[in-house]
Design a protein around this ligand. Structure first.
Ligand code: TXA
Ligand code: MG
Length: 335
């Protein structure tokens, strides 16, 4: 199969037709590129799992372009879910609500709940409205790799395995949506993402976090959180501590004759005299770091590097999602 790339000038008719034919189409959202297929067709959805090499027990998020589409896949929704949608849709927040089992069974891995979101991206919204059916879409990467923030990243991973890619340029937020369990009164964050805990607290007052996310050893409620994820092709080590610790660690591993690539904020990069180094934004603006993170993790794929050393960040605001992804991607933490 040759994977087609549709430019914006070509419009969305080819992509819409492919979705109608139960084919797979990658498209931009405000977070990362998604790999979409008709959520009501088991055959279409199975192509997503096959192309990504995704474990079958990891359910997919369903994307809708209008609130009225929710009743096509959800049996009911709580006031908590309603408040989430009012405050954050369209946007990087996925609500977990009771499923009405109209979505194909492989979308939800046979769970009684379903994850739904309305992305805040003009191309995604136009595609969803023209497709006319809810679209299941995980991130459009090979399972385990960093999520794609450009059409080029999607092509690297999935060329020949999917029908086409809608190239809408780079995405903005850079990390995936926040997954929030809305089946009880107090919302529970199952995966940190583009909407921060602080954002949710402004709406709800009380917000819980799945204990498994904070290392309590419980089984995560979001099945996807138990896998190693977002990993570059080269071993990734995180360095905890201040900039001085990073300088020392870098010097130490270089002396071990390792060829090292560095991922650092602009502030740390200024203090290092090292190449290759990929800057991922200012640590004073964790939104910028989130936007550059996956691209940075992919940037050493075709280089002769033995090891990537990466800075760690404060776990507040968008820093929480950034550190969640880095810890899942990392092989080791240097303390
Ligand atoms: O920003 C995003 O959310 C992107 C874009 C493409 O929309 N999508 C995305 O999908 O990140 P994916 O499949 O890579 O991640 C979906 C996450 C997984 O961790 C999965 O386990 C969880 O959502 N999830 C899906 N349905 C669930 C459910 N019913 N209960 C708990 N977790 C669920
Ligand atoms: Mg993913």
């Amino acid at each position: 199969m040759r994977t087609k790339i549709w430019t914006m000038e070509e419009g969305l008719s080819g992509a819409v037709e492919a979705l109608r034919q139960k084919e797979t189409v990658a498209f931009p959202t405000e977070t990362v590129y998604g790999l979409g297929a008709d959520a009501t067709s088991e055959e279409a959805v199975s192509k997503i799992f096959k192309a990504k090499g995704r474990p079958a027990d990891n359910p997919l998020i369903v994307h809708i372009g209008e609130r009225s589409q929710l009743s096509a896949i959800a049996s009911s929704w709580s006031e908590t879910a309603e408040k989430c949608m009012d405050a954050f849709w369209p946007g990087p927040l996925t609500v977990i609500v009771p499923s009405n089992h109209e979505a194909a069974p492989n979308v939800t891995s046979n769970l009684d709940t379903i994850g739904v979101r309305m992305p805040d991206h003009p191309v995604a919204l136009e595609l969803l409205s023209k497709a006319g059916v809810p679209i299941a879409a995980p991130s459009a990467n090979s399972s385990g790799k960093p999520s794609p923030t450009t059409a080029g990243h999607v092509y690297e991973d999935l060329n020949g395995k999917i029908t086409g890619i809608v190239d809408g340029g780079p995405t903005g937020v850079g990390v995936e949506s926040t997954v929030v369990d809305c089946t009880s009164e107090v919302p529970v964050i199952l995966r940190p993402g583009g909407i921060t805990k602080e954002d949710l607290e402004r709406v709800f007052g009380e917000v819980q976090v799945d204990p498994a996310l904070e290392g309590a050893g419980d089984r995560p409620k979001s099945p996807g959180m138990k896998y190693r994820h977002y990993a570059p092709d080269v071993p990734l080590w995180l360095v905890e501590g201040d900039d001085g610790r990073f300088v020392t660690a870098l010097k130490y591993y270089k002396e071990e004759e390792k060829k090292i690539g560095v991922i650092a904020s602009r502030e740390l990069a200024r203090k290092l005299d090292h190449e290759p180094l990929v800057e991922c934004g200012s640590r004073e603006d964790m939104g910028e770091v989130a936007g550059g993170l996956y691209s940075a993790l992919r940037s050493f794929s075709d280089t002769e590097i033995d090891l990537i050393l990466c800075e760690t960040f404060k776990e507040a605001g968008m820093g929480t999602a950034v550190m969640n992804r880095l810890r899942k991607a990392a092989d080791h933490t240097v303390v």
